[in-house]
Design a protein around this ligand. Structure first.
Ligand SMILES: [Zn+2]
Length: 356
């Protein structure tokens, strides 16, 4: 065998390994320990006060969340309620009563009545009621574009003219619109041995959209047409506007759409596996990036986010839900202080007039 492996072609190598391995190890049983020895910097508290602009607290106890926040240096958490109607208003009231300066709530788009002629007015009335209860934004989820259907069975288009007055009203009401449109690129690929998020999708096959009749790029373009059409409305693209796998494309979108900001929630695995590109992206678009997590508020989770943004640590675990996002680790971005201040807090303050 050539010790450099140069002359060993891949087929021969696979043949050799198969012949010598005693067992054919299952992927789910493979949990290698890294032998890499590199410095570890645990960031117990963020260097500056932090606003988590993307979280879901509906089923949490505000007092427990406050305890986590105080341990990690979090000033404020924005709860994106997943309820609509009176339930959503009750949740807003609950967090306001617990600590109005520590929590805000973004409302969830209520599609009930979408088949009615007065749906636009119905929606604007609902938005106004939410604002009376302190709502600081409205979220449109991925069902818009992927699964929501018209009465005749066709998919509702994000850029359908019928909904334009809603986005226009959000601008007049000074209510930022958050879009979670489409999903990670791997979710639009078949769930097979070539899928880089195979284990996650195998655990949640309903997260896959490879049978979708509409492509991810088409959905992103529908959303971007809406953002371009309403320049006086502020939009937030959740999860790096679902373009974390392609930061050149995300940069193009930010250049073309000055009223678009993004949050980094649930995208440290994407950003942290391309640290050179991601660091340059953060430096260039420091005014457009919001800190967010989209994970249950836990001390260790927040500390991993801080480690990613603040340190130059190499090859460490990313914050994630239990089924992980893919079999890789991440690298810290060691962002400078002025960038950290903007990403952690200042950009979010622009969207939270009550806190300014
Ligand atoms: Zn979320």
């Amino acid at each position: 065998m050539d010790s450099n492996g140069v002359e060993l072609n891949r087929d021969k190598f696979v043949e050799m390994v198969s012949a010598t391995a005693e067992v054919d190890l299952r992927l789910s049983d493979f949990h290698p320990d890294s032998c890499l020895q590199t410095p570890v910097h645990v960031v117990e508290r963020a260097r500056f006060p932090v606003i988590d602009y993307h979280n879901h607290l509906d089923s949490t106890d505000p007092r427990q969340v406050l305890s986590v926040m105080d341990q990690c240096g979090l000033e404020h958490v924005v709860n994106i309620t997943m309820q609509v109607g009176q339930k959503a208003l009750d949740i807003m009231d609950r967090f306001n009563a617990a600590a109005p300066d520590r929590f805000s709530t973004i409302g969830w788009m209520d599609w009930s009545g979408v088949d009615q002629a007065n749906f636009v007015q119905l929606t604007i009335d609902r938005l106004q009621r939410m604002i009376e209860h302190g709502a600081c934004g409205i979220k449109f989820w991925k069902d818009f574009g992927l699964t929501l259907r018209d009465t005749d069975g066709t998919l509702l288009r994000i850029d359908d003219d019928r909904f334009a007055p809603i986005f226009e009203a959000c601008g007049k009401l000074d209510l930022p619109v958050m879009f979670h449109t489409a999903d990670p690129s791997a979710f639009f690929e078949p769930i097979d041995a070539r899928n880089e998020r195979y284990e996650e999708l195998a655990a949640h096959p309903d997260w896959g959209f490879h049978h979708s009749t509409v492509s991810k790029r088409e959905l992103v373009e529908q959303r971007n047409r809406v953002i371009a059409r309403h320049p006086t409305t502020t939009f937030v693209g959740a999860h790096c506007a679902e373009s974390g796998e392609d930061l050149a494309y995300l940069s193009q979108q930010l250049e073309a759409l000055p009223n678009l900001l993004i949050d980094i929630s649930a995208r440290t695995p994407e950003l942290g596996r391309q640290p050179y590109t991601a660091r340059a992206f953060f430096l260039k678009y420091a005014d457009r990036i919001l800190f967010g997590t989209d994970l249950l508020p836990e001390v260790e989770m927040y500390r991993l986010y801080f480690r990613f943004l603040e340190t130059a640590d190499e090859y460490f675990e990313y914050p994630s839900h239990a089924s992980r996002q893919g079999r890789w680790n991440i690298y810290g971005l060691f962002l400078p202080e002025d960038v950290l201040r903007k990403v952690y807090r200042e950009n979010a303050l622009r969207l939270l007039p009550r806190l300014r």
